[in-house]
Design a protein around this ligand. Structure first.
Ligand code: WT7
Length: 589
């Protein structure tokens, strides 16, 4: 879809937002001291030298993230601090991770899992999830993490497409895995639970207990698969972005320069490994650097979040605007009950950080969250505001050294400052996805403007070189920072017996950025009612995922479509906002 290129939005944030915003003085103790110098001289080859594989030629991320630390002064350093505030409160050193991931790797090998096979994880955020992912790496298999909130349809789509051979899950979550529809899936590895095991089931505990403490990693090449993350586009079902081992180079350096991680940090990345932030910066970035990570289980809860910072003396915090806004709505009094003074740096990702949320976090912590922009497909942060650099409030940031992002028109020509266009990246950064799993055509779509990777976002650049994110140019929805494809939701909706047609859009929302809104035409014999709305929303919740269920439903006579049958979401958005629908000459009648 083309963007209205050439129009000129304001060059700075609204006056109201920037009025009391002081641009900060240079911080000199940051890892990245001089952005301009780095942007002109930095070379990724320098980073390759930080990895053992640059000398040995033997590649495996588990070696770089775990084993080499376990063989160093970091052997007994805590890699993972974990609590769920109820039953578990645990710590794992790099040595512990080496042993546990080795044992798990042996277990997988006994099941017949081999290099290159896909192994899914479908687990709550627990230490076992991290051990499983690293254990899968150890044998050279490819992890496919599934977010624990997925319901049957979402699980089926992802396990089916990736043809995972095994899935590590729990007795509760396994109920959502339709084994009979997944011919490739041979093993369910069950974490916890004491009941008897069914066919294809094995116990995680037994795998771990019966195995030796050391398993040499499978030695791979830098082009071998690292991980598949499923993500949503504006059309079709979710697609698997496959990353390669070399991506670790990008994770490492961005964790060092954008997150500004240091050896003595306690780093808290709040993202779940079901999403790319939870692996790139919940696993690969911090652990290739040998840094202590904090992980908490359970649902979002303001008190627990502040308590986490206080309990672990978190120094670096990486979270998302919706979370900051939810903390904001819990009020200042709650924040003031906790000691947040350990923090020294905060970053944000997933959706634009609005000035109000930024200022509020600054008020309670003394620190302004710094933007990081990137995508599942990019694997690493690409546009950031840096700790050592001054930045205008509301801006997305500048290209990470050694990468180049810019704003272009439909033909790929760079636009002058102030003009709205496609946000694109010059291909070739270290953690660029290698392919879309089993879907080369989809992969090609990202490169349809020659010379550029097309993000699907719109933006403009200002005269100082800051990029300002402006929105999506397609129909992808960002709700509470999570990426949802309208097609997936529409498919779930039409599976409900009352629904004849459904069209789904993202509707602007103060706290969540966007919420999912559905327009539904009912089948004959069904009457619109509040109760039916609830029933339909519940249906999506239980089949797809709670976060993908519509929070608003409008019943309509007909869902507007083009003559070729494409849903005209532009018209739905206009209806929703009570605006004129514009040109409808392509609409079916
Ligand atoms: C989309 C990618 C990989 C990070 C988690 C999200 C939006 C991401 C920002 C930001 C404004 C942002 C974009 C992007 N986005 N970061 N700092 N400011 N928008 O990854 O789920 O693949 O979503 O998230 O629209 O295209 P994702």
């Amino acid at each position: 879809m083309s963007v209205p290129t050439g129009s000129a939005p304001p060059l700075t944030a609204p006056a109201s937002a920037s009025a009391e915003w002081e641009r900060k003085p240079k911080t000199i103790d940051a890892n990245l001291k001089d952005y301009r110098a780095a942007a002109s001289t930095f070379n990724w080859k320098e980073v390759e030298r930080e990895f053992d594989w640059s000398r040995t030629g033997k590649v495996n991320v588990v070696h770089e993230a775990v084993d080499r630390h376990a063989a160093s002064r970091r052997k007994h350093k805590v890699a993972l601090f974990y609590t769920d505030f109820e039953r578990r409160d645990e710590q794992y050193t790099f040595q512990d991770l080496k042993v546990l991931t080795s044992r798990f790797a042996h277990g997988l090998t006994r099941l017949g899992v081999k290099r290159g096979d896909r192994v899914a994880t479908f687990l709550p955020r627990t230490p076992e999830l991290y051990i499983a992912i690293l254990g899968i790496h150890r044998i050279g298999a490819i992890p496919v993490p599934l977010f624990e909130a997925f319901m049957e349809q979402a699980v089926l789509d992802r396990l089916g497409d990736s043809e995972a051979l095994a899935c590590v899950t729990t007795p509760t979550l396994k109920e959502r895995i339709p084994l009979d529809k997944l011919p490739a899936l041979q093993h369910l590895v069950l974490v916890g639970g004491a009941g008897s095991l069914g066919t294809k089931e094995v116990s995680y505990q037994q795998l771990i207990e019966g195995s030796p403490d050391w398993c040499e990693p499978a030695w791979l090449t830098i082009d071998d698969g690292l991980i598949i993350h499923y993500t949503s586009g504006s059309t079709g079902k979710s697609k698997g972005a496959l990353h390669r081992q070399y991506a670790m180079v990008g994770h490492y350096q961005t964790a060092k320069w954008a997150l500004d991680l240091r050896d003595d940090d306690r780093f808290w990345c709040t993202a779940d490994p079901g999403w790319v932030t939870g692996t790139s910066y919940g696993i690969y970035g911090p652990w290739t650097l040998g840094i202590s990570s904090v992980v908490i289980g359970g649902r979002f809860d303001p008190e627990r979040w502040y308590q986490t910072i206080q309990k672990y003396r978190v120094t670096m915090w990486y979270s998302a605007p919706t979370a900051y806004r939810m903390l904001m709505s819990a009020g200042e009094a709650v924040a003031r009950r906790y000691d947040l003074s350990s923090l020294r740096h905060i970053c944000s990702v997933g959706e634009p950080l609005n000035p109000e949320a930024l200022k509020w976090i600054k008020k309670i912590t003394g620190l302004a969250p710094h933007e990081t922009w990137w995508m599942t497909e990019t694997g690493m942060q690409l546009i950031c505001n840096y700790r050592s650099e001054d930045f205008p409030i509301g801006s997305t940031g500048k290209p990470f050294p050694g990468t180049y992002s810019t704003v272009v028109d439909d033909q790929g020509r760079e636009l002058p400052p102030g003009q709205l266009g496609h946000l694109v990246v010059k291909p070739g950064w270290p953690s660029m996805m290698q392919s879309i799993w089993k879907n080369p055509a989809k992969y090609q779509e990202y490169f349809r403007i020659p010379g550029w990777y097309i993000s699907g976002d719109t933006a403009y650049k200002d005269a100082e070189g800051f990029i300002w994110y402006q929105g999506r140019s397609d129909d992808v929805i960002k709700t509470a920072g999570e990426r949802v494809g309208p097609f997936e939701v529409e498919s779930a909706l039409v599976a409900h017996p009352a629904v004849a047609e459904a069209g789904v859009i993202g509707k602007p929302d103060e706290v969540r950025g966007q919420i999912i809104k559905a327009f539904i035409a009912l089948r004959k014999g069904y009457q619109p009612s509040e109760q039916l709305k609830q029933e339909i929303a519940e249906f999506v919740k239980t089949h797809l995922a709670a976060h993908a269920a519509p929070r608003e439903i409008d019943f309509v006579e007909k869902v507007p479509k083009t003559r070729s049958g494409k849903i005209m979401r532009r018209v739905l958005r206009a209806w929703d906002q009570g605006l004129p629908v514009g040109d409808t000459s392509t609409m079916e009648e």
